[in-house]
Design a protein around this ligand. Structure first.
Ligand SMILES: Nc1ncnc2c1ncn2[C@@H]1O[C@H](COP(=O)(O)OP(=O)(O)O)[C@@H](O)[C@H]1O
Ligand SMILES: O=C(CO)[C@H](O)[C@H](O)COP(=O)(O)O
Length: 540
């Protein structure tokens, strides 16, 4: 076992702040998840395309779930703590107090969430500059990144927010600051969402060109001028105040953080797949694509040399696995889109009642209903007359066009449970086709991908997984530990503790995890059908 010099019973805590909830896990030195807790967090949408959260609300939820997962153990055996979170923008004043990011002046809502699309005008102007930093985000900056949102705050909330601001954090970095009092930022967040270069640092000309010369004058104090690799140990570790909040011992190692998709990628991409006859067995890790699918989906592909893929974020150096370049494709709404389509359908109340009666989730019920109504052919053929274009919140990758909208064709007058189930299936398939489009763009750029490694909430939906296998034509690997994002966060804590020399070595934690593969039934079905037809011909 790697890192054999650890004492038995070393524990690490991972905290994952997703869009809808905060999760924590207790993980041992074998990478086995021993305890899990989750806590919902609030989201506000004060107007269309404005999505806000509260850093105080999120920290309070972190404290609840962390205390829960360490119940019953000797907390002195906890060696490290790691955070991952969505790439949302946190705004604090010079005394680290929350500032409002809204016209109502509500300082409790001091976070502009990752999926917020308020800064449309700002990102258009940024992209019109054609500045060279845009070559590190696939050529087009997303409205979901931090520069457009910062520019929006300066142009729209000058007095109530911008002039009073002392610190702008990516949410993962806010959490590590809250835990240690250290304002150092993670290389992951700054490189992926702020245009920071691992080799050259900040580019003064970019910030001056887009009208945020304030940061240059201030020597980047407000957005970070001390940058550490993910997994580096921060300051003197957990402060006594944060230790009390979290129910952990003061002084334990706290790691420089990761964005949630990157933690998920770290948690699955190194899995040991020997013995399953998979195409990626014995292949380099660069043949693997990690897809972290929750509210959104993020497609994480790594390479030894930088690969530029138009419309796909990156190339980013060492932003997920040290020593590798990263390209990140994405679909801004996937789980959120499926929830939207299902909950907005006329038959949803009937579905809810029937699922509740069976003590099932609505998705488990829908999946079984589809099996009930499918004919002789695989379930995927039920949507031959109904199709969905999934860009209800713009297209993140590979078209990188925030103005695109969603579309449904093939609707009838009926709105019964069968129609809802088939619309749900068509939405799942549309998302899988979006993944295929991203893979094709990445392969055109130079990637060579053979196998998908899925994690995140949607990886718990067998239909979602099967449609990805069928439509991409690739095997899908699910790790035995479904909470892979949390394993990724705990890996950070393990690295910061010094029990493991680097994140990369720790990635091999996964050798302890078994994996199982989902066969590509669609291709098998097509083959069987063609065999049937051939048999039919031969017997005629
Ligand atoms: N067991 C499940 N079956 C089907 N869908 C699920 C399941 N668990 C979560 N989801 C879906 O995954 C999405 C949330 O993903 P998750 O990774 O848990 O959260 P976050 O996006 O906050 O990180 C939601 O759209 C939810 O409907
Ligand atoms: O842009 C991101 C990652 O690069 C966001 O953090 C991610 O898309 C949101 O994650 P989730 O869907 O799990 O809430």
């Amino acid at each position: 076992m790697l890192g054999g010099d650890q004492e038995p019973g070393n524990y690490y805590v991972g905290v994952d702040v997703g869009t809808g909830s905060v999760r924590a896990a207790l993980v041992d030195q074998r990478g086995i998840l021993l305890a899990f807790a989750d806590q919902p967090i609030n989201q506000w949408e004060p107007q269309f395309n404005h999505h806000e959260q509260s850093s105080e609300d999120i920290w309070a939820a972190c404290c609840v779930v962390t205390k829960q997962v360490v119940q019953g153990i000797d907390v002195n055996q906890i060696r490290g703590l790691g955070f991952d979170a969505t790439c949302s923008l946190v705004v604090l004043d010079k005394q680290f107090r929350p500032l409002p990011v809204n016209h109502e002046g509500d300082a409790h809502r001091n976070i502009i969430m990752w999926l917020d699309h308020r800064a449309v005008s700002q990102v258009r102007r940024i992209n019109e500059t054609k500045h060279s930093v845009l070559q590190c985000v696939g050529g087009v900056m997303s409205v979901e990144m931090q520069a457009p949102k910062l520019l929006w705050l300066k142009e729209n909330l000058r007095e109530t927010c911008w002039d009073k601001a002392g610190h702008f954090f990516d949410l993962p970095d806010f959490l590590s600051w809250k835990a240690t009092g250290v304002t150092a930022r993670s290389l992951c967040s700054l490189v992926c969402k702020w245009t920071y270069s691992a080799e050259k640092g900040w580019d003064d000309s970019f910030w001056k060109m887009i009208g945020l010369e304030d940061f240059v004058a201030d020597n980047y104090n407000k957005i970070g001028n001390q940058v550490l690799p993910p997994g580096a140990s921060l300051g003197n570790g957990l402060t006594p105040e944060a230790a009390k909040d979290l129910g952990l011992p003061a002084g334990i190692a706290v790691a420089a953080s990761l964005i949630d998709a990157h933690a998920g990628g770290l948690g699955v991409i190194g899995a040991d797949v020997r013995g399953y006859g998979l195409a990626c067995e014995g292949q380099p890790v660069t043949s693997r694509l990690a897809v972290i699918c929750g509210t959104s989906s993020c497609h994480m592909g790594i390479s030894k040399d930088p690969i530029f893929v138009p419309g796909v974020w990156g190339p980013y150096f060492s932003a997920m696995v040290p020593g590798f370049w990263l390209n990140e494709g994405g679909q801004s709404v996937t789980g959120k889109l499926i929830d939207h389509m299902v909950q907005g359908h006329a038959a949803f109340p009937e579905l809810q009642a029937k699922a509740t009666a069976r003590c099932q989730s609505v998705y488990a019920y829908l999946n079984s209903h589809l099996d009930l109504i499918k004919k002789a052919q695989p379930v995927g053929f039920l949507t031959v007359d109904l199709h969905v274009w999934p860009d209800f919140h713009g297209n993140r990758s590979p078209l990188a066009d925030l103005t695109l909208k969603g579309m449904v064709t093939g609707l009838k007058l009926s709105q019964d449970l069968d129609d809802l189930a088939i619309l749900y299936l068509a939405t799942v398939q549309a998302i899988a086709f979006g993944t295929r489009l991203i893979i094709e763009a990445m392969e055109a750029g130079g990637h060579s991908i053979s196998t998908l490694f899925l994690c995140g909430g949607l990886s718990k939906n067998p239909l979602f997984v099967q449609m990805h296998a069928d439509i991409t034509g690739m095997p899908v690997v699910l790790s035995q530990e479904v909470e892979s994002v949390l394993v990724g966060a705990a890996i950070l804590g393990a690295c910061a503790s010094g029990d493991f020399a680097s994140v990369q070595i720790v990635v091999k934690f996964e050798e302890m995890q078994r994996t199982h593969e989902t066969r590509n039934q669609f291709q098998d079905a097509v083959k069987e059908n063609s065999v049937e037809r051939q048999r039919g011909r031969n017997t005629k």
